[in-house]
Write a protein that binds this ligand. Structure first.
Ligand SMILES: NC(=O)c1ccc[n+]([C@@H]2O[C@H](COP(=O)([O-])OP(=O)(O)OC[C@H]3O[C@@H](n4cnc5c(N)ncnc54)[C@H](OP(=O)(O)O)[C@@H]3O)[C@@H](O)[C@H]2O)c1
Length: 241
């Protein structure tokens, strides 16, 4: 039995990934605040900007697992948000905390639980983090998002570094999915130029049909995963794969 535990499998990229793995006979568990209809995988509701809800949700997944039947298990940290888009000095301080919690703290918390809960499992174990090119580029107006994804990249490398010292440790990689046609892009296009200097470029990407479809991204991520092409700790932009 191959298991995928994904955060944010209710919409956008996460929903397409969950559907792809499900169609490839993986048993999929998705954790998000809302549920989507028309899918066959299990959906657990939790607000992942709350640590205790996140921990309870992943523990619930493991309490339903017959671990002796598992041949591979993957945690895919996908849920994320841009948070408030504006320049520093114009942000709501509480909202800064909530976005960093969702995008950075929760993947670390879930990885911690995942590594603990799979310690005795003698199967393939992997963590895949969905990061962003924003981790490398300080876009004006996206300070919270850029900071959160940059830290997620370091989480990826730090976990890989620790786990490579352990026999049958967890492999940890991160993927930048490109610019993808989801609700997140709708939010970006609605911002003003004073909030986000580069908004026009994102409007044009949509107008010129240059956004990736979530299904295309999901297929690529699945290929990257099963091809095992990436080294432990590697971070890849799907445009380069
Ligand atoms: N779209 C892009 O162009 C793009 C580019 C680079 C990176 N990414 C990354 O790709 C990932 C997915 O983005 P997307 O474009 O698919 O975004 P999206 O369409 O807005 O979907 C976000 C997903 O995260 C879940 N989520 C958000 N807040 C949550 C919370 N507090 N608790 C639990 N779940 C929560 C949502 O589920 P609920 O609303 O049901 O909770 C939803 O399933 C994110 O990490 C994003 O940073 C996206």
């Amino acid at each position: 039995m191959n298991i995928l535990i994904i955060t944010g499998g209710s919409k956008g990229i996460g929903k397409a990934i969950a559907q792809k793995y499900n169609s490839e006979n993986f048993t999929v568990f998705s954790i998000s605040r809302s549920k989507t209809s028309e899918v066959n995988y299990q959906q657990i509701t939790a607000d992942l900007s709350n640590t205790s809800e996140a921990v309870k949700a992943i523990q619930r997944v493991f309490s339903n697992l017959e671990t002796e039947k598992v041949t591979s298990i993957t945690l895919l940290n996908n849920a994320g948000s841009l948070g408030e888009i504006h320049t520093v000095g114009n942000l709501d301080s509480e909202k800064i905390q909530q976005t960093i919690q969702l995008n950075t703290t929760t993947p670390l918390v879930l990885s911690n639980e995942f590594i603990k809960l799979t310690k005795k499992l003698n199967c393939k174990k992997k963590i895949i983090n969905i990061s962003s090119g924003a981790a490398m580029n300080p876009y004006s107006g996206w300070s919270i998002y850029c900071t959160s994804k940059s830290a997620l990249d370091m989480t990826t490398k730090a976990i890989a570094n620790e786990q490579s010292d352990i026999e049958n440790g967890v492999k940890c990689i991160a993927i930048y999915p490109g610019v993808v046609d989801t609700d997140m892009q709708t939010v970006i296009r609605k911002t003003t130029e004073s909030e986000f200097k580069n908004v026009q470029r994102f409007i044009e990407l949509k107008e010129n049909n240059e956004l990736y479809a979530p299904e295309f991204v999901a297929d690529k991520i699945f290929k990257i995963d099963i091809s095992n092409a990436l080294e432990n700790g590697e971070i890849i932009d799907i445009r380069k794969f």
